[in-house]
Every structure is written in structure tokens, then in C-alpha cells.
Design a protein around this ligand. Sequence first.
Ligand SMILES: [Zn+2]
Ligand SMILES: [Zn+2]
Length: 251
Amino acid sequence: MAKSNPLKKCRRCGEHKPKNIFVDISGNLNPRGAYCSDCHLIRVEEWKQAAIEERESKLRKLRIIYGEWWRHYCLPKEFADEIYNERDFCPYCGDKLPPQYIGADASTSLFRGRAHLDHMDPLNKGGEDSIRNVVYVCDNCNYKKGKRTFIDWLQTLKPKYRAISREIYETKHGHPPESFEQGEPNGRCDGSSFELCMDEEDLRELYPTPIVNGPPVNKSITITASFSIDDNGNIKVDTKVTNSKGDERTH
Ligand SMILES: [Zn+2]
Ligand SMILES: [Zn+2]
């Protein structure tokens, strides 16, 4: 007669436990899973903690690089998941937010059918490419909004979503959309990502003081970086930032 409840060794706790309490990566009971259900719960908690720590470390690094102005220079792509999780509907029309990513498929456009990061103040009118200026919206609204200013766009929305969208803008920007001053077109920034991979201590050494001394109002931010290796084999990073006031600081 076959054993009714065979034992199996859990990869984490190393204990031999009944196969029927093992789970797969999603936490569903599965005798082929590598972890017992107790260990799975511990692992989920560890993943959450790691994600929180990674985010906090990113924020500390951004503060080292940009000082009190970090929100203006914090690129949307660095916090795309957090921005997507702000709400589950399009703030402009109320529709359910489409998926953040869709698989590459030759028959569909990469941009159709998924959520879009909209720059509330449009980039081409001097809006910032920063976390405070973006929201995830449905693709239809993003195409409809086009290059309109936020106050013009609000007029086209149903009252309920006009109110919701205005509130989101004011919360993120810290001022009403009417105070946005149009300016020269801004490009998408390809800035600081590589620095966020560095150790906080190395960053502090590289940037004893923040590299900008003001927000990038209505002017493009240029961040250029070059790498070189010195005689001792140490990697040297040179970063140059040009901000709104035309300030240039090199490191
Ligand atoms: Zn276990
Ligand atoms: Zn929409």
C-alpha cells in the first residue's frame, strides 16, 4: 500500500513535512512546491520588507543627489510601480485602469490597451518629467489630452473626474494647476538611474552637496554622465547637471 502522506524536505526550514502542506510560488498548495506553507508566509513577509527597504534606500539616494529638490528630478520610471498603484481607475474618465505592461505582440501596438504615464503639465509646454507631474491614465484619455494644458483639459472632463483630477494635481504639485507657467519644451530625462545602483556611502562621497540648487522650472534639465578609470583602477563618474536657472555644477 502506498504511503498516504509522504514526507518531503522543505528548502527553507530543512524539516521533513507532509507533502500536502507544500505550496508553489503563488502560495497554492502543490506537493511539488519547494517550501512548506509556513515558510512560504515568512518568505512573502521578507519580500515585502525588502521592497520597502529598497524604496526607502532609493529615496535616501535621491536626497543625496538632489537635496530638497529631489521630487522635481525623480524620474517617473524609477517609481513606475508605486505610481501605478496610486489608484485602480483612470482619474480622467473613471474607467478601470488597463494593465501597466502588456506583452510584446507583433499584431498590437505596444502603446495601445495599456495604462499610460501622463504628464499632467505637458512636457512640450515645459512640464517636468518628474514623479510629481505624472499619473497613470487610460490610453484613450492620454491620446485625447494630447498637448493640452491641464486647466484646458480639466474643462473637458465630467464634473466628478474634473474634481478628482484637480485634487490629484494639487496634492502632487503642491499648487493649483493655474499656477503652472508654460515654458520651453522639456525632454524626457535619462538621468539618475545609474546612480541609484550605487551604494549610499559612495554617493555621499561623490556628492557631498546636492548637484542642483533649484527646481527645473520650465527649462530642460540636462544630466550628462561620463565614466573613466583612474591610474589605480577606480571608476570615476563625472556628472554635469544644467537646471532651470542655467546653473551648472560638475562633479
Ligand atoms: Zn519550511
Ligand atoms: Zn481615461
